[in-house]
Design a protein around this ligand. Structure first.
Ligand SMILES: Cc1ncc(COP(=O)(O)O)c(C=O)c1O
Length: 376
């Protein structure tokens, strides 16, 4: 029997041709393809110098988080509020700055940050709030902006799951001072590995260009012509976090397909919703799929039998995933401050990610739906 994976990359002729072309160019580091990739990301997010927002491509989503926090001057003694229900990369990026995560709960119907509970956790040590769009849901960005305006605490928007989605008609990337994307192997758009920061103002872009290039003030404009300067300064801490041409070339080829990727994923989510939402032991989310580029599709086993469901589906040729374990359950993070995590505690016991691929075949979808429905 065909074993259906949770994630399946859409690597077709175009991505392979782009990769070969970028290798044949003979400039393997950061170069002209990275410029093209940043322009393509800016196009999807509808950024322009008029709104003073720019894209800086980096090597991973984790690098994008780490650099964004450093740009906000997050350091030792500071606290960063993040959902405990978040990716390991967010927690590690906070700790990499020498700061402490403070765990906040999520809202039951979207699994995104609970903005009421955020307010209870703010102290004079709070340097930043990380708000992460989860799967098919977007955060309540209006409330987050209002909190940020009132308290002066900036929001770092983790949009690793929502590249190509729109919030109230505006593409993701425009809502906050810092937004990050991930283009890792399993994302809707992949560079194999890659990330990007959307930032406001040319000064911030200039600093980020040096910070991603191990601190070297090499002009990006020159590197984007596939050459380099031999004289440069080093003014502050930096990391080897730049994106390479090969990765960027694959990302550019992927972004050309974003409409098809979004449409086919939306169709699969709609079908999941139609076929699974009348099962009484299962909670199936319904988002406004037409405004999102769905990354994952999760269900919640309400009968305490998630492990059994996962095992049953595996026997029927369907892999599933768990996104995620709670941050506060990791030994590395067990002493972090938190508020009530009542919803998080419940969700992490119930949640199960079903396979979601771009251009998923009807026969795979039938097999997945049957594997869920035949459980009870
Ligand atoms: C919400 C979220 N943030 C950040 C990351 C980190 O991105 P990357 O894997 O590109 O480092 C991920 C990766 O899965 C993620 O899901």
């Amino acid at each position: 029997m065909n074993q259906i994976p949770v994630f399946k990359p859409l690597i077709e002729r175009e991505e392979i041709a782009a990769a070969v072309e970028s290798l044949e160019l003979g400039w393997l580091g950061m170069g002209s393809y990275v410029k093209q990739f940043e322009e393509a990301v800016a196009g999807v997010c509808q950024l322009s110098p008029d709104n003073n927002k720019y894209v800086v491509a980096v090597s991973t989503g984790h690098a994008a988080l780490h650099l964004s926090l450093l740009m906000m001057d997050v350091g030792p003694g500071d606290e960063v509020i993040t959902p405990s229900f978040n990716n390991a990369a967010d927690f590690q990026a906070i700790r990499a700055c020498g700061a402490e995560p403070v765990f906040v709960d999520i809202v039951e119907n979207t699994l995104c940050i609970d903005t009421y509970k955020v307010e209870e956790l703010i102290t004079d040590k709070t340097k930043c709030i990380i708000a992460m769009d989860y799967d098919i849901f977007l955060c309540d960005h209006d409330s987050l902006l209002e909190i940020s305006r009132r308290t002066g605490i900036p929001v770092l928007h983790d949009a690793a799951h929502s590249f190509g989605s729109s919030y109230k008609g505006r593409p993701i990337g425009n809502q906050h001072q810092y937004t990050m994307f991930s283009f890792d192997p399993v994302k809707t758009i992949t560079c194999i590995d890659g990330g990007a920061i959307i930032v406001r103002g040319e000064d911030a872009v200039k600093r980020l260009h040096a910070k991603r290039l191990i601190g070297m003030t090499q002009p990006a404009a020159q590197m984007y012509t596939n050459s380099r300067a031999w004289n440069y300064d080093m003014e502050e801490l930096g990391f080897r976090y730049h994106m390479a041409n090969l990765h960027a070339a694959i990302g550019v080829a992927q972004i050309k397909k974003i409409d098809e990727i979004r449409r086919t994923r939306q169709e699969t989510c709609n079908r999941y919703h139609e076929e699974l939402s009348n099962i009484d032991w299962l909670d199936v989310p319904k988002a406004e799929f037409e405004s999102v580029n769905p990354f994952l599709f999760y269900v919640r086993a309400l009968n305490g039998e998630r492990a059994e469901l996962q095992e049953h589906m595996k026997r029927h040729g369907v892999d599933t995933g768990i996104h995620w374990q709670a941050g506060h359950s990791f030994s590395f993070l067990k002493d972090c401050r938190s508020g009530s995590l009542e919803v998080t505690e419940r969700i992490v016991e119930q949640i199960l990610s079903l396979p979601l691929h771009s251009k998923m075949s009807n026969s795979d979808l039938d097999q997945i739906i049957h594997s869920v429905r035949s459980f009870k």
